[in-house]
Write a protein that binds this ligand. Structure first.
Ligand SMILES: NC(=O)c1ccc[n+]([C@@H]2O[C@H](COP(=O)([O-])OP(=O)(O)OC[C@H]3O[C@@H](n4cnc5c(N)ncnc54)[C@H](O)[C@@H]3O)[C@@H](O)[C@H]2O)c1
Ligand SMILES: [Zn+2]
Length: 362
């Protein structure tokens, strides 16, 4: 299959997402000897740093590498400051660019540096985790964490291009890969019922990393996310909020567990079961559809129940309330109105919440 390209249509901020099977030459942008700071992490640099650098050089860029420690803890203002200093030391100017090579952590961090250093440099995303390929590298959300919470500082800043190299997934740890699949399922559930149904037929190919199957799946996810971002770039009209399906409970569980134990996609998988069971109570899904969703997620290697003591509920319930996406302090959910259709800002009763909690918890 040939390389594919998806356009994110945002007027003068439009860009292409290219899905490739190798690294070269990396950028469709003219390098013309311009500098690019290549930001990656300690896991990805030894694997792909050199290949990515060569590919950027082949596109005409002068490359200056910078590596941060792998993991969410690097997404903070101290590391941001050290990268600003790296920009200065490398002599970047307004014509220079930043390239992010890595998962969502590197993408969010490097994107924030690109958005703010010298009031904005061109930004190239080279996502290497499945989550980054289908979600975080598309749509322009950049930012870092504060002690008080995740992603509290940041801005919308669109990349100039996104280059996905499918080969990089071969080295992604299985759990990280499966975690990314949770977001893939999410797109089908909220936006595209046919895609969701096809996914359940291709679980074996997906788990075995079949390239053609993966290219199709990633392209479909990027197309669906691009359409949402085009309609609601700055998360104002409720469209983008749909992407939060499964995340109200998922984020609360991640915070409750101190971001240890469960990966983001695993928490989201459980959160999607939570939201699907709520949807069933409000007439959106049949019991059979909920059970099929649980079987599909389990077949992809994802958890569908949370191991927690019963009294964890008070804490998780409070954390859902303080999720920054709960408008005006009122707890709201994205619920399904059917497979492939969702609506945001839905209110639910406390009885429904606790009853679903008692099913989800074990
Ligand atoms: N900007 C957005 O719209 C958006 C959306 C969703 C999530 N996010 C953010 O994304 C982050 C999570 O992203 P993630 O799941 O990619 O985490 P990550 O960047 O920490 O990557 C996961 C792990 O896999 C390693 N890795 C990445 N690619 C690899 C490869 N090809 N081979 C081997 N190892 C590899 C990384 O070093 C890391 O240890 C969170 O900070 C989250 O807030 C942002
Ligand atoms: Zn997510």
């Amino acid at each position: 299959m040939n390389n594919e390209s998806i356009n994110v249509n945002l007027g003068e901020r439009s860009y292409a997402i290219r899905i490739t099977r190798d690294f070269g030459p990396l950028s469709a942008l003219p390098g013309n000897g311009r500098k690019t700071l290549l930001i990656s992490d300690t896991n990805v640099t030894p694997l792909y740093g050199e290949a990515c650098r060569t590919a950027l050089q082949a596109a005409g860029f002068t490359v200056i590498p910078a590596t941060v420690d792998a993991g969410e803890l690097s997404k903070n203002l101290d590391v941001t400051a050290s990268l600003y200093n790296a920009c200065t030391a490398a002599g970047l100017d307004r014509g220079s660019s930043i390239t992010a090579l890595g998962g969502g952590v590197v993408g969010d961090l490097a994107g924030f540096v690109a958005a703010t250093y010298l009031r904005g440099l061109d930004f190239i995303q080279v996502p290497t985790s499945l989550l980054a390929m289908v979600d975080s590298s598309v749509g322009g959300k950049t930012g870092v964490n504060l002690a008080g919470g995740k992603n509290l500082v940041g801005c919308f800043y669109q990349p100039a291009e996104v280059v996905v190299n499918l080969q990089t997934l071969k080295t992604l740890p299985d759990r990280e890969y499966q975690s990314g699949l949770a977001e893939v399922v999410k797109y089908g559930l909220i936006l595209d019922g046919d895609f969701y149904r096809q996914l359940s037929d291709t679980t074996t190919a997906l788990r075995a990393l079949d390239d053609d199957e993966l290219a199709k799946v990633i392209a479909r996810c990027c197309t669906l996310k691009a359409a949402v971002v085009t309609r609601d770039e700055h998360e104002r009209c409720g469209q983008r909020a749909l992407l939060n399906f499964g995340h109200t409970f998922g984020h609360a569980v991640e915070a409750w567990s101190g971001y240890q134990g469960l990966l983001h996609g695993e928490a989201v998988a459980i959160g999607m079961v939570f939201a699907a069971r709520l949807s069933q109570r409000y007439g959106g899904l049949s019991g059979e559809e909920v059970e099929r969703l649980e079987r599909n997620l389990a077949a992809l290697g994802l958890p569908i129940r949370l191991t927690a003591p019963a009294d964890a509920w008070t804490d998780i319930r409070n954390r859902m309330q303080s999720d920054k996406k709960s408008a005006g302090g009122r707890l709201q959910f994205v619920l399904l109105d059917g497979i492939g259709r969702a609506s945001a800002n839905r209110r639910v009763t406390e009885t429904d919440l606790t009853e679903v909690w008692n099913v989800i918890r074990h």
